[in-house]
Design a protein around this ligand. Structure first.
Ligand code: CA
Length: 224
């Protein structure tokens, strides 16, 4: 698996290059935004780990340019603490995930592996999780053969969870993807929406499909 690390700070870049190489990845390291963009475009990488604060071409421009050119390489960007706007912006521009500096190296590896597993993003027209069926085009949801009526937001929330079934999604990620607003300070909105969705999807059915992962977020999956 080939990774591109774009990081201008020599110490941080060397640390990432060394650590990820020792983990078993093939790692290229770009030290400027210009090199990073060029390498990401021609290098056929499996994941790009991108620092956003770069001299010259910054991380935002790199993500934008890649997506504009239909380059769907998963991008995990690194952002400074307390930069909520950055997190939202990065995801909106088409990044796949982010980590807040400073982060534990082990977490970076887990996030990279998750992106590798997910592969290129294909939007399925139909998603099934156990006896839950979602017809994305017709926006129709069935559970155990029963038609379930959802509001537009409930459907968007269910669709997000189902697209990434088995993956724990944080409240802030859900908020940024389902609502076009910053709910990081009020993730209660997400909790309320999940509760409503659960009442329709899970109440009266077994097994439960929407699970709370304490301190992390929510996951939709069939557990046996
Ligand atoms: Ca930097």
């Amino acid at each position: 698996m080939r990774l591109l690390v774009v990081e201008d700070e020599p110490k941080a870049g060397e640390y990432l290059r060394k650590g990820l190489t020792e983990t078993g990845f093939i790692v290229d390291w770009a030290q400027t935004g210009t090199d990073g963009l060029h390498m990401a475009q021609v290098g056929n990488y499996d994941v790009v780990v991108l620092d956003v604060m770069l001299p010259g071409i910054d991380g935002w421009t790199i993500i934008q340019e890649l997506r504009k050119n239909d380059n769907a390489t998963p991008v995990l960007f690194l952002t400074a603490k307390d930069e909520l706007d950055h997190r939202i912006k990065g995801l909106e521009l088409g990044a796949d995930d982010y980590l807040v500096k400073p982060f534990a190296f082990a977490e970076l590896v887990v996030r990279i592996r998750t992106l590798l597993r997910r592969g290129p993003i294909r939007e399925a027209d139909r998603i099934e999780v156990g006896d839950l069926e979602i017809d994305v085009l017709k926006r129709r949801v069935m559970r155990n053969g029963d038609r379930i009526d959802l509001t537009a937001k409930e459907f968007a929330l269910l669709h997000l969870l189902a697209k990434r079934k088995g993956e724990v999604l944080s409240r802030s990620l859900i908020a940024s993807q389902v609502w076009d607003m910053n709910f990081d300070s009020d993730t209660n909105v997400v909790d309320v929406a999940v509760r409503r969705l659960r009442a329709k999807i899970d109440d009266g059915y077994v097994p439960k499909l929407i699970h709370t992962v304490r301190g992390m977020g929510y996951v939709l999956e069939e557990r046996h």
